[in-house]
Design a protein around this ligand. Sequence first.
Ligand SMILES: [Zn+2]
Length: 134
Amino acid sequence: MKTHIINALEKHGAKVTSQRVALAEILFARPQHLSADALLEAARRAGVRVSKATVYNTLNLFAECGLVREVNVDGTRIYYDSTTHPHHHLFNVDTGELTDLPEDSVRLAEMPELPDGTEAAGLEVVVRIRNSRG
Ligand SMILES: [Zn+2]
């Protein structure tokens, strides 16, 4: 796991710092969706000394390297997903909980025509749910 991260960073020409490795170890300890704030909190609990800016920059870097997927749930909140293979999400707007949906659980009847010279690079669906009222 650690080697995978170091290789990905080096391939991208990014420096392998102890902070980056420490953040990666927290993030990739298990499949999870973390906001930058949640990762910062987890890092501090684990005794890793990092600034908020470092956490944000590191997450952006990991996303560029393809180590994490950014899941933008509502245009304001971004979760970082340690699972990078294609899948969809359920997002509960009441609880803020983000859950995985298998890739084959969503079927799109039709894809829009894509501009010439382009191809689909991915399709991700966030199904927003809320707790039933009343
Ligand atoms: Zn996910």
